[in-house]
Design a protein around this ligand. Sequence first.
Ligand SMILES: NC(=O)c1ccc[n+]([C@@H]2O[C@H](COP(=O)([O-])OP(=O)(O)OC[C@H]3O[C@@H](n4cnc5c(N)ncnc54)[C@H](O)[C@@H]3O)[C@@H](O)[C@H]2O)c1
Length: 357
Amino acid sequence: MRFYLIGAGVINRTHAEAIYKLEDQSQVEIKVADPNPAALSSFAEQFPQAVTFTDAKEMLSEEPQADDIVIVGTPPFTHFPLSKMALESGRHTLCEKPLVMNREEAEALLEVAKANNRMLGCCSVRFLQVPKTEQVKDILNSGELGDVYKISFVFRGQRGRPGVEWQPQSRWFLDKSKAAGGIVMDWGPYDFSILNDLLQPESIEVAAAWVAKPETEADPTDVVYDIEGAVGAMLKFQQANGKSVWVQYERASCTHGEPYFTVEIEGTRGAVKWSPYFETDQVLVKSDKNGEVVTKEETIAYPGSIGYMDHPVHFFAQKVKGQQSPAIVNEQAIFNFLCLQSIYDSALGQKPVVLKK
Ligand SMILES: NC(=O)c1ccc[n+]([C@@H]2O[C@H](COP(=O)([O-])OP(=O)(O)OC[C@H]3O[C@@H](n4cnc5c(N)ncnc54)[C@H](O)[C@@H]3O)[C@@H](O)[C@H]2O)c1
C-alpha cells in the first residue's frame, strides 16, 4: 500500500510506526510532505525509507491507485484545505482530530469525499476496540445493569495543557484560530467516539454546557492563548430503541480542583466503572446481593504489540481494503465532529442544542 503523510511532526511519526507494523516494510511505501525543513529532515532520519517533499501538492500529483491513503497530521486549521486536496487527488483520506474547524467545513468536506467517491476518516477512533471498553460494552448490552440512566464521563487533569505542559514546542494548540478550540477539540473527539460507540445515539441533546479558561502563573504571554481549558455539559443521548441516557460530561486540561479520571455507567441494577484511556485497566462492576454492595473487579490489559496509537491507521487501512473495521468515516465522522461543535454552541449561546443523525 502507498501512504502519503502530510505533516512530519509528532503525530505523523506515530502513524509511520503504525504503517510499518501493518505489513512487511517492503510492501508499504511512505511519502511525507512538510514545508518545515527541520521537521522533514528529522522525520527522514527516523524513517530513512520515506520519500520526502516540501510541498504536499507535488507529493500528491502522481497518478492515484485505488487503495492509496493520505494521512493529514497537521494543525487543525489546515485540515480542511489539505483533506480536500487529498480527496480531490483521488485518494482515501484519514485526517487527524479534530476533523475540521467548524460545521461549514465539516459539511463541505463530506461533499468533497462523496463527489470523489473516496472515504474520509478521522483519527478519533484511537481508543475504540480496546479490550477493557469492549468488556464494558458487553456488560452494557447484556442488560445486567438494568435500565441504564446515567453515565459520568469525567476527566479532569490539573496541568496537562498541550502547548504549555505537554508538547510546549507546539504553541499553535493555544490559538483558537489554529486549533479550533481547547480541551473540547483536543480530547472531545476521543470521548465522543467512545460514547457514540457505546450508546449508538440517534440524536444528542446538549441540555446545558459551560466552558472556562483556568489561569496559572505559567500561562504563556508571548503567544495567542485564547482556548478553553475546562468544559462541562449535561447531554441526553436518545437511542434507536426509544431509550435515553443522560451523560454528565466534564473535561479539563487545567483545573484548580481535584483531578479525576473515570467513566461510570449507572443502571437500576448495577454500575460499571473504568477508564477507556491510560489511567487503569481495571473494570469495576457493582451490583447488589441481599441489600449489600457487591464489587467484581477485573484487570483487562491490552495484549500484543498493537496499541491505541496504531488504531487509526490500522482501522482505516482495513476499511479501505473492504474488511470489517471500526474505522469512523464519512457521515459518522461528521456527526462525531458536530457533537463537539454542539457543546460550544450550547455553552456560548447558553441554550440547549439538539444534534440529529
Ligand atoms: N502530538 C500528539 O500527541 C497528538 C496526538 C493525537 C493527535 N494529534 C493531532 O495531530 C495533529 C498534528 O499535531 P502534532 O502534535 O503532530 O503537531 P506538530 O506541531 O508536532 O506537527 C505539525 C506539522 O505539520 C506541519 N505542517 C503545517 N502545515 C503544513 C502543510 N500545509 N503541509 C505539510 N505540513 C504542514 C508543520 O510544519 C509541523 O511539522 C493535530 O490535529 C493534533 O490534534 C496530536
